[in-house]
Design a protein around this ligand. Structure first.
Ligand SMILES: [Zn+2]
Length: 354
């Protein structure tokens, strides 16, 4: 059953809120008499139960859903809700004016309560000068001149109303929210590169519930999912590091860089499918070119793009200063086998996942 305060006109739905009804009314120190909700057409204010109750942003939509203040002409209930339909739409009840609607922002509870209280008397005047009846096809609302005038006046006032930032539930952008801990997001939210989409969703919900500012769960979820994806990519890039270390250890050299964009220059006799080619120039000036190729056509793709002027010189083929090391990629394992070009013999074995 619903209970009603005769002083502040708020209704409490026991079945929905599990609240123990207060006698007298406890709303902001109201102290009014509470009884079962009367049937008469008097204004009954139905409050939201959370500050973010009117804010809803569907994933993938540019804007949040619109919000309306709604006066039910049949029973006098004044409530607020977000519009579940995407795009502009009118409910059947609003179309037939059984519900009168005014567009408002997603107000926090206290601001909404203030607004509804301030409109209570005018809404009562609308109820007093209106009726609903059956026109043979639909229930329709009919407004007298006074009711119509008040409806239009409220509409105009709400449209031109200025709101304080604290009145409105406006979530922070997840990127701004996490800016102070950029790079630490996964650790701070208990996620890792192995987190599943469900883990990410759970973390987003936890974060939004714990934050001391307004956060949109979907926005946080998308942001954290991107953090996980970035971390995965970084980890994949790091695979070149053990490769480099192995090369350096085996060859006893310091590698200088990882790749080049001048890859057409490696279209020479040493190129095979599924190769990584490493090259050395001179005795004290090393660099390593890592080229990854596992496509059926044998097209090369680069793990790292760093252009080196050195490649504009003649490619190693007949240059006695170079060593090339062929790497065969077999599934996920990388095996590096030495191939003597001149007189160096190199052999490196690496277990690594690409
Ligand atoms: Zn009250």
């Amino acid at each position: 059953m619903t209970l009603f305060c005769h002083k502040c006109s708020e209704i409490v739905d026991e079945t929905n809120t599990n609240e123990t009804p207060e006698y007298p009314c406890a709303h902001t120190g109201c102290g009014g008499e509470v009884t079962a909700t009367p049937d008469e057409r008097i204004v009954k204010i139905k409050m939201t139960s959370a500050d973010d109750a009117l804010y809803h942003h569907y994933q993938g939509q540019t804007d949040r859903q619109s919000v309306c203040l709604i006066l039910d002409l049949e029973n006098g209930v004044l409530c607020a809700d977000w519009d579940a339909a995407i795009g502009s739409s009118t409910t059947h009840r609003a179309y037939h004016r059984v519900d009168l609607e005014w567009r408002i922002p997603p107000l926090r509870m206290e601001s909404l309560r203030k607004l509804m209280q301030s409109l209570r008397d005018e809404c009562q005047q609308i109820l007093d000068d209106s009726e609903t009846d059956w026109d043979g096809h639909n229930h329709v609302g009919r407004l007298g001149d006074t009711a119509e005038g008040i409806y239009t006046d409220i509409d105009y006032r709400l449209e031109s109303a200025t709101w304080e930032p604290g009145d409105i539930w406006e979530p922070w952008d997840a990127g701004d929210y996490y800016d102070p801990i950029r790079g630490q997001e996964l650790r701070e939210t208990g996620l890792s590169v192995d987190s599943t989409p469900e883990d990410i969703r759970d973390a987003a919900e936890r974060e939004a519930a714990m934050a001391d500012v307004a956060l949109d769960v979907d926005d946080v979820e998308a942001y954290l999912a991107q953090c996980v994806a970035d971390a995965k990519e970084e980890q994949d890039e790091e695979i070149t590091v053990p490769l480099r270390d192995a090369i350096e250890t085996t060859l006893g050299i310091t590698t200088k860089c990882v790749c080049t964009e001048a890859w057409e220059q490696v279209q020479h006799e040493w190129r095979n499918g599924n190769n990584i080619i490493l090259a050395k120039e001179g005795d004290d000036d090393w660099w390593v070119d890592v080229i990854y190729d596992n496509s059926p056509e044998g097209a090369l793709s680069h793990l790292n793009k760093e252009y080196h002027k050195e490649y504009e010189k003649d490619w190693p083929a007949n240059n006695p200063g170079y060593i090339c090391v062929m790497v065969t990629i077999d599934g996920k394992a990388v095996q590096l086998t030495g191939k003597p070009i001149i007189d160096d013999v190199v052999s490196i074995g690496i277990e690594s996942g690409f």
